[in-house]
Design a protein around this ligand. Structure first.
Ligand SMILES: NC(=O)c1ccc[n+]([C@@H]2O[C@H](COP(=O)([O-])OP(=O)(O)OC[C@H]3O[C@@H](n4cnc5c(N)ncnc54)[C@H](O)[C@@H]3O)[C@@H](O)[C@H]2O)c1
Length: 251
């Protein structure tokens, strides 16, 4: 898909992987809508790269619906959705004092990381279905961010890994269903990228962890994630799969 003048929605755009992706897409000429709960963050990014900043808690269903409607009013229906919202709050299922993890904490991560990701996909896909198809009959591309924790979650990551496992699980059925509308659905599962989420997840992150990455022995640069997003958008054959982006790292 050609990015020039193309309406794109990036969720979780205030920081890390989402922010860098929004920068790359704006540079390629896309009309970028940035959605994030961090108002100051997306407003600062919009003043840097242009585009539309919509502050929104994606877990708030009416607010998420209103955000997609506003993006559509301003830029037209999105042809591309990049889902980068994510929260990580490591917590043991049973803590050192024998107390169980509050169920609400598990629910919150699943709500933000999985349910809101599905919600954005369903809203955007419904709008894409009404668009005129482009080259190859393509109407849209949906790229959702999972994590290597979906496959190899660590102690303390039960909720995070479950939420990301849910994202991985819905990529193929969504691609199969939406393929008949000319919409591709692709997941990206990052390994260790230097962003605020990673540093919260791996508390007291030791740079030596990067040495367990076979190659390159360092944390990923958010630009490397953005480059893959742009490639997936342009390469119509990539569909219904989750691409690991991890330098060969296994947790
Ligand atoms: N950084 C890594 O190493 C890594 C590894 C694997 C997966 N991921 C995933 O990549 C995605 C991007 O993560 P990142 O590392 O750039 O993190 P980040 O913390 O830099 O960015 C996440 C963004 O999501 C926003 N957000 C959180 N809750 C929200 C809500 N309810 N509504 C709207 N916005 C909300 C935050 O404000 C933030 O801007 C996440 O889904 C994360 O789980 C990151």
């Amino acid at each position: 898909m050609d990015l020039w003048d193309c309406p794109v929605v990036v969720t979780g755009a205030a920081s890390g992987l989402g922010a860098e992706t929004a920068r790359h897409l704006a540079e390629a000429g896309a009309k970028v809508t940035m959605i994030d709960i961090d108002r100051a963050g997306i407003e600062a990014l919009a003043s840097e790269i242009g585009g539309l900043a919509i502050p929104c808690d994606v877990a708030d269903e009416p607010a998420a619906e209103a955000a997609i409607a506003q993006a559509k009013d301003v830029h037209g229906p999105a042809r591309i959705l990049i889902g980068c919202v994510g929260v990580a709050q490591p917590q043991r299922i049973v803590d050192g004092n024998g107390k169980p993890m509050p169920l609400q904490n598990f629910r919150h991560l699943v709500e933000v990381n999985l349910i809101s990701t599905f919600n954005m996909m369903r809203l955007v896909a419904a709008d894409m279905a009404g668009l005129k198809p482009g080259r190859d009959g393509e109407r849209g591309v949906i790229i959702l961010t999972a994590s290597v924790s979906a496959y190899e979650g660590q102690i303390g990551e039960a909720a995070y890994a479950a939420s990301k496992g849910g994202v991985v699980g819905m990529i193929l059925p969504a691609a199969r269903e939406l393929g008949s509308l000319g919409i591709r659905v692709v997941g990206i599962a990052p390994g260790l990228f230097s962003t605020p989420t990673l540093f919260k997840l791996e508390q007291n992150l030791d740079p030596r962890i990067a040495r367990s990455v076979p190659f390159p022995r360092r944390f990923g640069d958010p630009a490397e994630f953005a480059i893959l997003v742009v490639h997936v958008i342009k390469n119509t054959m990539i569909n219904g799969t989750v691409l690991r982006l991890d330098g060969g790292y296994h947790k």
